[in-house]
Design a protein around this ligand. Structure first.
Ligand code: ADP
Ligand code: ASP
Ligand code: MG
Length: 424
């Protein structure tokens, strides 16, 4: 007997038939004698609809700034998961399974006060653990918890993954299965490159990079929690027949295991390619080249909660003036330009230029630590396709390249084949 947390994403609970199908997956594990807790997302498209309602509330005449209260945003957008948790509990009960839904505040899942992007601080797993021991399945609404102000707090988009891993850690589960609409983690998004291969295993560090660099198959924070708490996490499909052979395999279910690096015997140099759309580039021209100039730029941007990513500073020719280029999410460009405009005197630049609609493509692999020439082959391959590189950043295990938006798919496919990742 094992203790298993099963998480089902939006497409897996998209309608009543799919919820019934999810209940069959849960029943398989219950019938095998396991203790089970389930985490659900909202029906696919629901959270977007709810966010749209909040953002599109008609504004007071004369005001053009988008205004909404983050606590009320959370009250609205957390409702999608409340619906699916109740519906799944009903579906399970109709199959004769003892099941009960739980909202984040009922457990409670305690979070910090960052409404809209809250972090889980603590989960009281006692009640669920006791009930699981008595044969009850807890169906927990993902994506939500209870803030210190005693109000609902949501965990940022994709946050149900994090709910699931955090609950798995809290109840000391033997396994956390993240069920989605693809069969695991692939060498790149299988919807962009049909030749992408499913990985049997991927190291925590690589999965962290993949997720941070745009592969939305797992929320970044869920991977961090799985790594810190050593949660045995699998990504697998809810679209396969719940009763097909091997689906209930305890140690090796079909899917991808996220694990420690040393569990992977055959480590490739490059493991995967990720991409992030909607990046924007901002350049400050003819800045004074003196100590404190970077702090003068990035301090006010940080205070405005603008997430700056790639930063490139030119070496000045004569030691007096330089240029600084960096990227921010496209949605933050206007705000960033406003902040930089307000601080023009203090920073001391000549002009600002900006460009939106860019894409960051990244090559990821732990094997890069010990192999030279990986970056050079990416640059050569992109050049051969006529793709211009706007900025580059590297770390020990990744190379990120900023390019024009329309080239995203071509660049992903080109790099995928350059590193021999295409399935044969
Ligand atoms: P869910 O609703 O189940 O949480 P998501 O849409 O958040 O599902 O994540 C699954 C999607 O992630 C897949 O449909 C796929 O298009 C995308 N994806 C991006 N990169 C990868 C990758 N490397 N491997 C698998 N899926 C990926
Ligand atoms: N429903 C939320 C979202 O769409 C959380 C999740 O699906 O993980 O972001
Ligand atoms: Mg998701």
């Amino acid at each position: 007997m094992a203790r298993i947390v099963m998480k089902f994403g939006g497409t897996s609970v998209a309608d009543l038939n799919r919820i019934h199908n999810v209940a069959r997956h849960v029943k398989r594990e219950v019938d095998a004698g396991h203790e089970v807790a389930v985490v659900v997302s909202a029906m696919s498209g629901k959270t977007n609809e709810l966010v749209g309602w909040v953002e599109n509330m008609p504004k007071v005449a004369g005001s053009n700034a988008p205004f909404y209260d983050a606590r009320e945003y959370d009250a609205v957008v957390a409702s999608g998961e409340q619906v699916t948790s109740g519906l799944l509990a009903i579906a399970l009960q109709s199959m004769g399974i003892n099941a009960r839904s739980w909202q984040g505040w009922q457990l409670p899942i305690r979070t910090d006060n960052a409404h809209g992007a809250a972090r889980i601080l603590d989960i009281d797993g006692t009640d669920i653990t006791r009930r699981m021991g008595e044969g009850q399945v807890a169906v927990v609404a993902g994506f939500q918890g209870l803030g210190p102000d005693n109000r609902l707090a949501t965990l940022g988009r994709g946050g149900s993954d994090t709910s699931a891993v955090a609950i798995a850690a809290a109840v000391k589960a033997d396994r956390c299965d993240i069920y989605t609409d693809v069969a695991g983690v692939y060498t790149t998004d299988p919807r962009i490159e049909p030749k992408a291969r499913r990985l049997k295993k991927i190291a925590f560090e690589e999965m962290l990079e993949m997720a941070s660099l745009g592969a939305k198959v797992l929320q970044v924070r869920s991977v961090e929690l799985a790594m810190v708490h050593k949660v045995r996490t699998f990504v697998r499909s809810s679209f396969e027949d719940p009763d097909a052979p091997g689906m209930g395999d305890l140690m090796n279910p079909p899917g991808t295991l996220i694990c420690d690096e040393d569990e992977i015997v055959e480590q490739e140099v490059v493991t995967g390619i990720a991409y992030a759309k909607d990046e924007a580039q901002i350049s400050l021209r003819r800045l004074a080249d003196r100590p404190g100039v970077s702090a003068a730029i990035f301090g006010p941007l940080a205070e405005a909660h603008i997430n700056v990513d790639m930063i490139v500073q030119n070496i000045s020719e004569d030691g007096s003036k330089t240029d600084m280029t960096f990227t921010v999410p496209s949605g933050d460009v206007d705000k960033a330009l406003r902040v930089l405009g307000d601080n023009k005197e203090k920073i001391g630049y000549d002009v600002i230029q900006s460009e939106s609609g860019l894409v960051k493509v990244s090559v990821i692999g732990i094997g890069m630590r010990s192999h030279a020439g990986v970056a050079a082959s990416a640059f050569r391959a992109l050049a051969d396709k006529g793709i211009n590189i706007k900025a580059i950043t590297t770390s020990e295990i990744k190379i990120s390249i900023l390019i024009d938006g329309p080239y995203a798919e071509l660049a992903v496919r080109t790099l995928h084949s350059t590193y021999g990742l295409d399935k044969s």
